[in-house]
Ligand binder design. Structure first.
Ligand SMILES: CC(C)(COP(=O)(O)OP(=O)(O)OC[C@H]1O[C@@H](n2cnc3c(N)ncnc32)[C@H](O)[C@@H]1OP(=O)(O)O)[C@@H](O)C(=O)NCCC(=O)NCCS
Length: 200
């Protein structure tokens, strides 16, 4: 990210040319790094999952499940050419620690839509991690020909609903008995039709 710019204040032109991977900032200015998850990340992801509460894990996977199963699921998904998983990392004890994971899984090899899901360590929830990752996923998705992200969110998951509602992409919501189905149109970077916002 260009020095001095904050995620929420970015001009649309920046978003279009943004890198899928690289440095970014949380809402409070904390520096983070975004990169693709690879098969080499097994240990880091196991450590990340160990720092999550059972409640957060259950909400992400829609069912309570052991961390070993969550690890196997996340590792298995990146083997698929339909999946792109991104990690958000911070400096920690001279190393880097994963604080959030986000992925899209394309509906099919040439599909224009993909399902997105997010998981943020409890200590970092509410700091803007999911929002940062959503924008990076959208840049990657657009370049891959994806035009729409969809997700299924438990109706009591206000935080996730707010991420979708506040990200700036056109949104549609369908309320079911237990979950909300959301579709984001990621065709263009947010604010493309609006007057450009000067970087801070
Ligand atoms: C849901 C989750 C992914 C959101 O990630 P996050 O990094 O905490 O989200 P952000 O900080 O980017 O955004 C949180 C939004 O909720 C709002 N928010 C924060 N606390 C809130 C609360 N208690 N109630 C309602 N909204 C709240 C924030 O203002 C923000 O909205 P904004 O972007 O319009 O300002 C994260 O909390 C998480 O991992 N939860 C457990 C797993 C999960 O629910 N995964 C999603 C299933 S797809």
């Amino acid at each position: 990210m260009v020095e001095g710019e904050r995620t929420g204040d970015l001009a649309p032109a920046w978003r279009e040319s943004a890198d899928v991977e690289g440095a970014d900032q949380l809402r409070d200015g904390q520096e983070v790094r975004v990169r693709r998850m690879t098969a080499e990340d097994r240990e880091r992801i196991a450590e990340f999952l160990s720092r999550l509460t059972d409640a957060s894990l259950s909400v992400r996977f829609f069912t309570p499940l052991p961390r070993s199963t969550a690890l196997a699921t996340l590792m298995e998904e990146i083997d698929s050419p339909l999946c792109l998983a991104l990690l958000l990392l911070v400096r920690h004890d001279g190393d880097e620690q994963v604080i959030a994971h986000a992925e899209y899984v394309r509906d099919g090899p040439t599909a224009r839509a993909a399902e997105v899901a997010f998981l943020v360590t409890d200590a970092f929830q509410g700091h803007g991690c999911a929002t940062v990752l959503l924008h990076h996923l959208a840049v990657a998705g657009r370049r891959a020909g994806i035009r729409e992200f969809h997700g299924s969110v438990l109706m009591e998951n206000d935080r996730m609903l707010e991420v979708f509602r506040g990200c700036g992409y056109p949104l549609e919501e369908w309320w079911g008995p237990d979950a909300v189905q959301l579709t984001l149109s990621i065709d263009k970077p947010p604010g493309t039709d609006a007057p450009s916002v000067a970087p801070q």
